[in-house]
Design a protein around this ligand. Structure first.
Ligand code: AMP
Length: 309
């Protein structure tokens, strides 16, 4: 186990034994955990800062999970910036950084037993990335056990991931609370993402149409679902260099398209390819009177109306 050069820096644990020792040394009731794949940016920093503000101790995990990448995805080119990541963890007050290699997490190789995300894992991101959510939930479950945390912070940026983690915790009675943090954006609206590093200057301009589309959709929220979809689609149609994978307005917990009569909270989500980079973004919106964009959902564990399940 190593301490970073600054005496006040987090303890860096690479192995299970090192994590166990570091975890044992943490005092306090509330142990918050922020799970990341590294290449940390202000979005991750915000999660760490929020965790720091409300918990006694903070563990950040940095693990590029091979199980959630498909064979044709970007695992090999995913940015690896451990030294800069450690600086951010230090600056925002992490107590422990757990940065294992795959053989530490999957000590017997590919796990024969893994979690299944079920039908919610087959739609939207799951349709383009088969098996992604099973791999994601499997590692989140393992990291929840290994860290022994009591509060787990996840970003609204990955809305379907967040929903599935909430469902896993409820459906399988995992201990601990899931806390969602609103999406952190660049000043021009682009949602922060480690994958933004892949974008060329011109890609980046094109990519702005994703958040613009969401904003336009949310601005039409008082008029009902089809107005939201129409306004968002109009922005994307005007930017043919985004290869749109999906643009949907769905119920936040069932991910089913909301019908025209629906009024209430809904998820406006988009995914598309810009250049060689697949990007996702979303906005929680209130559809109906007084409607518009929301930061996060007001009651994220509530199941939708029966007709939307
Ligand atoms: P990742 O390293 O991409 O797996 O992300 C780790 C955590 O940070 C996840 O809970 C993400 O949802 C969250 N996250 C990533 N980008 C953002 C962002 N722009 N705003 C808020 N949270 C984010």
């Amino acid at each position: 186990m190593t301490s970073s050069p600054e005496t006040s820096g987090p303890v860096v644990a690479r192995t299970r034994d090192e994590l166990r020792a570091a975890r044992k040394a943490l005092t306090g009731n509330e142990i918050a955990v922020v799970m990341t794949m590294g290449a940390l940016h202000d979005g991750h920093a915000t999660l760490i800062r929020q965790a720091r503000a409300s918990a006694d101790r903070v563990i950040v995990t940095i693990f590029l999970n091979p199980l959630q990448f498909g064979p044709r995805e970007d695992l090999s080119r995913y940015p690896r910036t451990f030294d800069a990541d450690l600086e951010i963890c230090t600056e925002f007050g992490a107590d422990v950084v757990f940065a294992p290699t795959p053989d530490v997490i999957y000590q017997d190789g590919d796990p024969g037993v893994r979690l299944s995300a079920g039908p919610l894992g087959d739609v939207l991101e799951g349709q383009s990335r088969p098996g992604h959510f099973d791999g994601m939930l499997t590692v989140v479950a393992k990291l929840m056990h290994l860290t022994g945390g009591s509060a787990f912070y996840f970003g609204q940026k990955d809305a379907q991931q967040l929903l599935l983690i909430r469902r896993m915790v409820r459906d399988l009675d995992f201990p601990g609370r899931v806390i969602s943090v609103p999406t952190v954006r660049e000043s021009d609206g682009l949602a922060m993402s480690s994958r933004n590093m892949y974008l060329t200057d011109s890609d980046r301009e094109v990519a702005l149409s994703l958040s613009r589309a969401l904003k336009a959709g949310a601005a039409a929220a008082t008029e009902g679902p089809s107005a939201v979809r129409r306004a968002a689609r109009a922005v994307l149609v005007a930017e043919p260099l985004v290869l749109v994978d999906y643009l949907v307005l769905v119920h936040p917990t069932t991910l089913k398209d909301v019908p025209e009569w629906y009024r209430g909270e809904a998820l406006l989500a988009v995914a598309g390819k810009v250049g060689t980079t697949r990007l996702i973004d979303n906005l929680p919106v209130l559809v109906g009177p007084g409607g518009g964009a929301l930061q996060v959902f007001s009651n994220p564990d509530q199941l939708g109306p029966a007709e939307l399940r």
